[in-house]
Design a protein. Structure first.
Length: 61
């Protein structure tokens, strides 16, 4: 860990949960998390159908 990075393998469920958590709290997120947030969102959307993505997006409310 000398380069300041950590490796962790997230499950699909963890990625979905984190993406939703960050989406629900994006108004208070530090901008340092923007890239991570984008990574999570993209990963979720790449693995969903259009209908599933719409349902996921609507979970924010």
């Amino acid at each position: 860990m000398t380069d300041g990075t950590i490796t962790y393998s997230f499950s699909e469920e963890e990625i979905k949960s984190l993406a939703l958590l960050l989406r629900r709290n994006e108004a208070v997120l530090d901008t340092v998390l923007d890239e991570f947030h984008g990574f999570l969102e993209n990963t979720v959307y790449q693995n969903l159908t259009i209908a599933e993505a719409e349902d996921f997006y609507n979970e924010k409310r």
